[in-house]
Design a protein around this ligand. Structure first.
Ligand SMILES: Cc1cc2nc3c(=O)[nH]c(=O)nc-3n(C[C@H](O)[C@H](O)[C@H](O)COP(=O)(O)OP(=O)(O)OC[C@H]3O[C@@H](n4cnc5c(N)ncnc54)[C@H](O)[C@@H]3O)c2cc1C
Length: 433
């Protein structure tokens, strides 16, 4: 008989690493859940192609994998620093915002402690229903290794934590596969494939676009870089304290309790905390770069505001973008050696993975504890992390509530497990009677 896992987690990024920690700490010496995580990368890495040298966290280190749920956890960032022998040095930095390199190292340190619970190098491509007596009792999770080997596993519960998928604007879709146009999520890897590139466009006006612009302008060889945006300006992300309260764990309750039109209004009202905005200090650095260029009477760097990409053409000499200057009403075509799309992420990939289950999942609505609502004949629990912004708020795609959320999901999983065990025991007793 094939082994049945209590839980399979798809993806082993921060969300599922935090879940592994929460489950470990909720055991209280009891029998652990049999949880297995499946991660497509060959080893733990947190947005590895955006690990830029100057980039730092946009969130306090106290919003790590554990502290807000359990400040005494051994998986806190503070304990990581202690184990690395850097705690006092970090204190002397006087910063709440570690470098992204350091936070990646922290996340990897935590992930490595669950090495046995994770299968790296396998991509889940499908989840199928397993039926018994006409009802769905289990899930069959199918994954493929890099070498093409398909593996199937059974689970009672699933936690889908697969992050976002690159959002590619319509005008660039035809160029998928042309290595000269790539998304920010693969920036360092793909840029390294173009050592000869002299002229680069960065499309976007958010944090990634701003970081990539700074990285490109500082590279040796004096690249020509155009930062192309529809907006009139790069805007600062609002992380002022009252606004930041939307990332508090208790704001999730408030958001979830609202009607759908109110939720949408809240997302809209606070979108400038996270979308199409950049850190103020980064904006100031970019302004300084342009100011210095003015002093030197240079033209190497351009910020093309209110510019819309109207057409894209790939040719042997480069990628030609036809840009409409919305202010002047003028079109021009510019040739680039590489185009970086810092155009954000989509968060609906779970629907593709779960497609064979769609008849049981309705509108993919979740309950307060992130469990998908299903038809009565469907018994496995499917939980989503990072795909519930509409119902749970702007913190859902970030690290802000990760530790608290995984505590809630962990409780829900353990409660379901104990209900199932009680049902089996009651059934056995009934048979004996
Ligand atoms: C460059 C960058 C910087 C960021 N900085 C911050 C920050 O400072 N603060 C903050 O709060 N948020 C930040 N974020 C937001 C980010 O979403 C979270 O930090 C965090 O990564 C969310 O964790 P996650 O595990 O939900 O998703 P991810 O980190 O995206 O992890 C998902 C994992 O699932 C794997 N996966 C995907 N599909 C499959 C599949 N089919 N099968 C198997 N494995 C799969 C992926 O390989 C990946 O490892 C940043 C995002 C980016 C892109």
């Amino acid at each position: 008989m094939q082994h049945i896992h209590d839980l399979i987690g798809i993806g082993f990024g921060p969300s599922n690493v935090a879940l592994a920690i929460a489950l470990d700490e909720k055991r209280h010496g009891g029998k652990p859940l049999d949880a297995l995580f499946i991660e497509r990368q060959p080893r733990f890495a947190w947005h590895p192609h955006m690990l830029l040298d100057q980039a730092h966290m946009q969130i306090s280190f106290l919003k790590d994998l554990a502290t807000l749920r359990n400040p005494t956890s051994r998986f806190t960032f503070v304990n990581y620093l202690h184990e690395q022998g850097r705690l006092t040095d970090f204190i002397n930095l006087k910063s709440f915002f570690p470098s992204r390199h350091e936070f990646n190292d922290y996340l990897g340190w935590a992930a490595n402690q669950f090495e046995d619970a994770c299968r790296y190098g396998e991509e889940v491509f499908e989840v199928l229903p397993e039926t018994q007596g006409g009802e769905v009792s289990l899930l069959r999770v199918r994954s493929r290794s890099e070498g093409g080997r398909v593996q199937e596993r059974l689970a009672r519960n699933l936690v889908v934590s697969i992050g976002g998928t690159p959002n590619i604007p319509e005008s660039f879709r035809a160029l998928r596969g042309d290595g000269r146009v790539f998304h920010s999520s693969s920036y360092l890897k793909d840029m390294a494939r173009h050592p000869q590139a002299r002229r680069v466009a960065v499309i976007g006006a958010g944090q990634s676009a701003a970081e990539i612009f700074m990285d490109l302008q500082g590279r040796s060889g004096g690249l020509q870089v155009d930062l192309v945006m529809r907006a009139r300006s790069i805007r600062p992300s609002d992380d002022s304290p009252f606004v930041n309260e939307v990332f508090n764990a208790d704001f999730t309750d408030y958001m979830f309790s609202r009607a759908s039109d109110e939720r949408a209004a809240l997302l809209d009202e606070f979108s400038q905390t996270n979308y199409a905005v950049a850190d103020l200090d980064l904006i100031q650095q970019i302004f300084k770069v342009f100011y210095d260029q003015k002093v030197a009477r240079g033209t190497r760097l351009r910020m093309l505001r209110q510019h819309d990409v109207r057409a894209v053409r790939a040719a042997s000499d480069g990628v030609h973008l036809t840009l409409l200057d919305q202010d002047a009403g003028r079109e021009s075509t510019v040739r680039y050696d590489a185009v970086v799309l810092a155009t954000g992420y989509a968060r609906d990939q779970h629907k593709d993975l779960l497609l064979p289950l769609a008849p049981h999942l309705g509108d993919y609505d979740v309950d307060r504890y992130y469990r998908l609502k299903t038809t009565p004949d469907f018994h496995p629990g499917i939980y989503l992390q990072g795909a519930c912004e509409d119902s749970h708020g702007l913190s859902d795609t970030l690290l802000s509530v990760t530790s608290v959320r995984t505590g809630e999901i962990g409780n829900a999983l353990l409660a379901a497990q104990s209900r199932a065990r009680n049902a089996v025991r009651d059934e056995a007793q009934a048979v004996r009677v």
